[in-house]
Write a protein that binds this ligand. Sequence first.
Ligand code: ACO
Length: 448
Amino acid sequence: AKNVGILAMEIYFPPTFVQQEALEAHDGASKGKYTIGLGQDCLAFCTEVEDVISMSLTVVTSLLEKYKIDPKQIGRLEVGSETVIDKSKSIKTFLMQIFEKCGNTDIEGVDSTNACYGGTAALFNCVNWVESSSWDGRYGIVVCTDSAVYAEGPARPTGGAAAIAMLIGPDAPIAFESKLRGSHMSHVYDFYKPNLASEYPVVDGKLFQTCYLMALDTCYKYFCHKYEKLQGKQFSLSDADYFVFHSPYNKLVQKSFARLLFNDFLRNASSVDDIAKEKLGPFSTLTGDESYQSRDLEKASQQVSKPLYDAKVQPSTLIPKQVGNMYTASLYAAFASLLHNKNSELAGKQVILFSYGSGLTATLFSLRLYEGQHPFSLSNIATVMNVAGKLKSRHEFPPEKFVETMKLMEHRYGAKDFVTSKDCSLLSPGTYYLTEVDSMYRRFYAKK
Ligand code: ACO
């Protein structure tokens, strides 16, 4: 199979959200801390009728319907998620309901978990399957679904929720350049979920930021090394058209791109412009550790990378800023934003993606885009996802109602024997919602 990759995409995020500006005021944070400091506009969240299973049922059903895919044509289904509802039963098995009723139970794949990286692991598995001798000619589907919620405190505004479904196969408009990949994996405690009685993570925010940037540096180093071996020339930021980052909050994406420019400067000063050379010069003698701590370097590199950021990164930031961190779905929601903003203009372009999952696992990888043929064309994918329409039809909640919802969800986490309000008035037609968890913890969903 040639040009294996993403043939089609669909995205779902809850229609309920809070404005970061309102949350700032409600939390007593200084004005601008969440909007400028973190770079976030809104935060989407699940109310008591939605969860990662309902969102993934919604997004997979919609993907199959909108691209007119017969469920019998699916041979592999992989889910990436870090939102644990059951310690044994995979989310994938819930999704089998869609396929069983069409008589297809011959579908490989289960869930992959490691923080925000599970979706990338699932995607690589699926692409590898299509490229392998065990491929049976059918499509794969990869689902990334997460609800990011935090205890009250500084991390809470970095929540979010969404599900993404991607159809995988050959001759894709979004093709993997599988030889161009750099990974970095190591053992750290930056963000983890050791308390099985709570949905909330334990997070060391400062350590997380440093781990993310260190992982980025290392992946970039390996990536460049492989590129140079394959292409016989050095790689620099100007070689790729767009850079898409896992986005816990937008400020970190700005810092990440700036960091890549600093890497280019250190490796080959002639690959950056004169202003960058002059401004970054004073930092060239810092040790690695010092460079992660230097506020001056952060400021200078963000400043000199701004024009390139606006051209190569900004088009991928819309959904992560509007929805918040979607964990496994975050990187692919950023990529969906790029498709939304540029669609058929992307034909022929190279896009570099950085996936990061705390703990930690990270990969920098490359995609090559083609216009593709209907229904699997860049322009049709953008039309089907209807990002602008979905963002416009949302319902804003005041922060008090958001906090109230978080309290109810804390209470419901791991609980049994309850029925929900079944209030689906805010959901659009076709959306799945949770109706009941019975005395045996079995979960039941209905479709609006
Ligand atoms: N106006 C403008 N900017 C402001 C203002 C203001 N009024 N107040 C603060 N800021 C800036 C700060 O200068 C800082 O920016 P900088 O980083 O460029 O210096 C930024 O806002 C954040 O302020 P801090 O004081 O550093 O914020 P705090 O320590 O309260 O929390 C943090 C930020 C650490 C990101 C926190 O939200 C967090 O821990 N989030 C969770 C992160 C996480 O979960 N990561 C893992 C998820 S992804 C995964 O792989 C699982």
